[in-house]
Write a protein that binds this ligand. Structure first.
Ligand code: NAP
Length: 316
């Protein structure tokens, strides 16, 4: 009987959908301890991993029967994909099904920072609202402003579609032009320097890889407009968090909205004290429908591969 390890509790009937398998299901909302993960995967044929699980050489070497790893995320920077493939292990993720959900969260962050929604909520709950005044919580408009998208792939382009409703001037940058995306969203390609210095909003929807790591440091923040708003729903280490905190504290930029962090789940302590940043706990794909569909894709990928030898369409 094939063994499947599911490393964390999913909003999905895992046991029922994996009937006929030997299942190790960590039916808890907490990450598996490293030793337990190594122990349980020793004789596993398949793993459903979370983005917080480190699937590295040690684990792969230890899991002698492992045939397929399915990451419950679209990002897969937690997995040594090159090594897994060398060992003949199939690695999958959950692309497409979380695209619109994550783009919507990026948009929610952008509008929250622009209109100071969270700060104003804290103010009202704190009993400080003493009546309407012309200067209370002045924000900035989205309408017809320039929005720069760093990572113009599935999520970046879905985000661009949201921005069209606000008649925003959409620009993007990157290693290559995305002609289809340009046609579908009316976005313009800009070289990085011009992208950084002319955007009113910069939104990161890129994966973490060696070309994106620490793209946004103090040098980049200094080149941005003083009124710029920075949003990150990609991955934390694309940004040097201490530099962002410095930029926000010293008003080099207007504000920021973050869903991801350099050393998750830690958040740079200086960010916690700042009013001009909205901080979310990595909930980009967190809707009931999407999280169910992600789990369903993971389980179907494993079953189809192990039972019918079907190569998953979502292999990375
Ligand atoms: P995707 O379709 O592969 O898009 C990624 C885009 O980033 C591609 O267009 C890629 O361009 C671009 N890119 C890569 N390196 C770049 C660089 N150095 N400079 C500029 N652009 C670069 O992936 P996706 O489905 O949109 O997901 C993107 C990322 O979002 C995931 O990898 C994950 O880290 C993150 N994410 C976060 C959450 C969350 O909960 N916050 C949820 C889902 C996803 P090329 O094609 O030219 O390489």
């Amino acid at each position: 009987m094939n063994k499947v390890v599911v490393t964390q509790k999913l909003p999905y009937p895992v046991v029922e959908k994996l009937s006929g398998y030997n299942i190790f299901y960590n039916d808890k909302d907490t990450q598996m301890d490293r030793n337990e993960l190594l122990m349980q995967t020793t004789d596993a044929d398949a793993i459903v991993s979370m983005l917080s699980d480190r699937i590295d050489k040690e684990l792969i070497d230890n899991a002698k029967k492992l045939k397929i790893i399915v990451n419950y995320a679209v990002g897969f920077n937690n997995i040594d994909v090159v090594y897994a493939k060398e060992k003949g292990i199939v690695v999958c993720n959950t692309p497409h099904i979380l695209t619109e959900t994550t783009a919507e969260l990026a948009f929610a962050l952008m509008i929250s920072v622009a209109r100071r929604v969270v700060e104003a909520d804290r103010f009202t709950r704190g009993g400080r609202f003493k009546g309407w005044t012309p200067n209370l919580f002045l924000g900035t408009d989205l309408y017809r402003k320039r929005v720069g998208i760093f990572g113009f792939g599935r999520i970046g382009q879905a985000f661009a579609r949201c921005c069209r409703g606000f008649e925003m001037d959409i620009v993007y940058t990157g290693k290559s032009r995305k002609f289809d995306g340009e046609l579908l969203t009316n976005a313009k390609y800009l070289p990085f320097e011009e992208f950084v210095s002319t955007s009113d909003f910069i939104v990161v929807t890129a994966p973490l890889n060696e070309s994106t790591r620490y793209t946004f440091t103090i040098d980049t923040f200094k080149k941005m407009k003083r009124d710029a708003i920075f949003i990150n729903v990609g991955r934390g280490p694309i940004v040097k968090e201490s530099d962002l905190a410095f930029a926000l504290k010293n008003h080099l930029i207007r504000g920021a909205g973050l869903d991801v962090y350099e050393n998750e789940p830690e958040v740079h302590p200086e960010l916690i004290d700042l009013e001009n940043v909205v901080l979310l706990p990595h909930i980009g794909s967190a809707t009931e429908d999407t999280r169910y569909n992600m789990a369903d894709l993971c389980i179907r990928s494993i079953r189809n591969f192990l039972e019918k030898g079907e190569r998953p369409w979502n292999e990375v």
